[in-house]
Design a protein around this ligand. Structure first.
Ligand SMILES: Cc1cc2nc3c(=O)[nH]c(=O)nc-3n(C[C@H](O)[C@H](O)[C@H](O)COP(=O)(O)O)c2cc1C
Length: 228
């Protein structure tokens, strides 16, 4: 007989998705602390716990957002990730999956192919944390290897899922990696740390078209082989 998965756990995982327009409704510090404390139960190889979180609220968040949005539009400011985030030359099957989510998103936003102005004005919203009341910046020490980046992913996923337990939504954002030089002095990010990524946290704006995006996943058989 099949034993069914606990519905609350399943719902927390499957209702998580990336939200790209938030309500400005504030979130109490207690809730943020609870989400982060629970999320830090994530496993990490030899329990080294490689995460460091900068929680941005109010004025501090506005300052970081302003500097980053200005930098985004300033061609003189170098915006480069210190590490390759994905792949240097995309190939299949990753290219098709990546294109699909991009076109689905742009269709919802009515952005036509080649409309660079509109594309940019959407991209810059990353640096406003999509209007979320809470912005998270995750840093990692540069000399930690890829296993620690894997650990970090588990911590970040826990935040996304734990947020659901409060009815909150999230968007993990690799985009923040480009802003290392811009925001390090503002947040006093220590030498030797790099920005792993950022995250928006808040209540979804259910009226926003951008939040109607429904992403797909490959079928179990495409990524799983049973050996019995
Ligand atoms: C590590 C990571 C980085 C991401 N960076 C961005 C980003 O910079 N901007 C953005 O809008 N979405 C970003 N996303 C969201 C992905 O586009 C999204 O997870 C993917 O399309 C699947 O959709 P879903 O999260 O709604 O299930 C990121 C997700 C992850 C896990």
């Amino acid at each position: 007989m099949i034993k069914h998965m606990n519905e609350d756990v399943k719902k927390a995982i499957t209702s998580r998705r990336s939200v790209r327009k938030f309500l400005s409704t504030e979130i109490s510090k207690d809730v943020i602390e609870d989400i982060l404390t629970v999320s830090a139960r994530a496993p990490s190889g030899t329990n080294i716990q490689p995460w460091n979180v900068h929680v941005l609220l109010g004025e501090s968040k506005s300052k970081v957002c302003k500097a980053s949005c200005d930098a985004f539009y300033d061609p003189k400011i170098e915006k480069k990730n210190e590490r390759i985030h994905y792949m240097e030359d995309f190939r299949e099957p990753y290219l098709a999956r990546r294109r699909k989510v991009g076109w689905d998103l742009y269709a919802l936003l009515n952005i036509k192919k080649g409309d660079y102005e509109k594309t940019k004005s959407f991209h810059v919203q990353n640096f406003n944390f999509f209007n979320a009341p809470v912005g998270l910046i995750f840093t990692i020490e540069k000399d930690l290897g890829w296993m620690s980046w894997l650990d970090y992913g588990m911590f970040i996923q826990n935040i996304c899922v734990a947020a659901r337990a409060y009815g909150l939504d999230t968007c993990p954002q690799a985009a923040w990696g480009q802003m290392h030089k811009v925001i390090s002095p503002i947040l006093n990010i220590e030498d030797g740390h790099i920005i792993h990524c950022g995250m928006s946290l808040g209540y979804e704006d259910k009226n926003a078209d951008v939040n109607k995006l429904k992403t797909v996943r490959e079928d179990l058989n495409t990524f799983t082989q049973f050996h019995e």
